[in-house]
Design a protein around this ligand. Structure first.
Ligand code: ACO
Length: 324
């Protein structure tokens, strides 16, 4: 028997306010046509004043718990992937823990920018396989609207706010790729590329939270190459090929990146879960949001083999192969 970390519930939450591309035309030299054609984004959600990452994350967690038929008392640990925490400390994870009414277990944040959920899932898997926890809430939650420079048209039109969550539970499998659960993970970072994508403020530098800065074209170039590479690594580890994948659930940053990566892997776009048009780039929240929406649309079904892949600031990148 082999222990597997299986997704038993998924949920998401989006702020009420939807901002269409056209709204940016009034304040910036940009157009709906440019944003759509360069990024695939049509609209995004922005959090209201006071609507923090922990509030969005708590609602997503509640939805995932309900989907799993679990209560907060059943959970041993909470891992929250976020780059936009409510406060410098305590962690957003402990705030969500308190909101859920959970007094046992432990909770902490993981910071790997847009790869945050993939990092959190891989680490939650490792905790389960090591016997450190049996049920873990893994949450990606972001309020990137708080770190936008609204005068920078090359970044502020690309990001959005939201949260998604999964419940991950230890179950016994047979040790083959027919098992449900996480089958392989692959994580990378290379800090030499930090200038490509960063926030120009922080606690021990400016004392302010700062604004996002990105060399979009360079990030784009790294993205297609590194995403295809990490996908190949996880699949090769399992002796599988891209033809075995039922659905790719990519980080939703840019439709052109998603398309180019799928093409490089020889996977038709119909097998890719796409939410970028409705959410923009929600960083660590984008993959769990896509999982939740893909399931609600009927595109993700029990037994499907999924490839999750992401790249983000750091640079960080990685992938997870799991059977739903
Ligand atoms: N409206 C109109 N014109 C614009 C806008 C805008 N909103 N933004 C930029 N432009 C202009 C530029 O100024 C440039 O003009 P110039 O040629 O006169 O200098 C022109 O459009 C082309 O700019 P590029 O940057 O070359 O455009 P590109 O086709 O590369 O698309 C984009 C830009 C969308 C940012 C793309 O490069 C991209 O998606 N990059 C990757 C971003 C990403 O994946 N990030 C993931 C990680 S995010 C994280 O970890 C937080």
């Amino acid at each position: 028997m082999t222990t597997r970390a299986v997704v038993t519930g998924v949920g998401h939450h989006l702020p009420e306010r939807v901002v269409a591309n056209a709204e940016f035309e009034a304040m910036l030299d940009t157009s709906d046509a440019w944003i759509r054609s360069r990024s695939g984004i049509e609209r995004r959600h922005f959090a209201a004043e006071g609507e923090t990452s922990s509030i969005l994350g708590t609602k997503a967690a509640e939805a995932a718990l309900a989907d799993a038929g679990r209560s907060a008392d059943d959970i041993d640990a909470i891992l929250v992937a976020t780059s936009t925490p409510d406060l410098t400390f305590p962690s957003t994870a402990t705030m969500i823990q308190a909101e859920l009414g959970m007094t046992g277990g432990y909770a902490f944040d993981i910071q790997a920018v847009c790869t945050g959920f993939v990092y959190a899932l891989a680490n939650a898997n490792a905790l389960i396989l090591a016997g450190q926890a049996r049920r873990i809430l893994v949450i990606g939650t972001e309020t990137f609207s708080r770190i936008m420079d609204w005068k920078d048209r090359s970044t502020c039109v690309l990001f959005g706010d939201g949260a998604g969550a999964v419940v991950l539970e230890a179950q016994e499998g047979t040790g083959t790729t027919a098992d449900r659960g996480i089958l392989a993970t692959d994580l990378h970072s290379d800090g030499r590329f930090r200038e490509l994508l960063y926030v120009d403020g922080g606690v021990s530098t400016t004392g302010r939270s700062g604004h996002l800065r990105m060399q979009g074209r360079e990030v784009f170039r790294h993205a297609v190459e590194k995403l295809a590479e990490t996908a190949e690594t996880t699949l090769a580890e399992l002796g599988l090929s891209s033809g075995d994948i039922d659905r790719i659930v990519p980080h939703q940053a840019n439709l052109r990146i998603i398309r180019a990566t799928a093409q490089k892997m020889g996977i038709p776009l119909e097998r890719v879960i796409l939410t970028v048009q409705d959410h923009g780039n929600t960083s660590a929240a984008s993959i769990p949001l896509a999982l939740s929406i893909g399931k609600a649309r009927g595109q993700i079904r029990r037994g499907n083999l999924l490839l999750l892949e992401a790249i983000g600031g750091g640079l960080t990148w990685g992938s997870v192969v799991l059977r739903w």
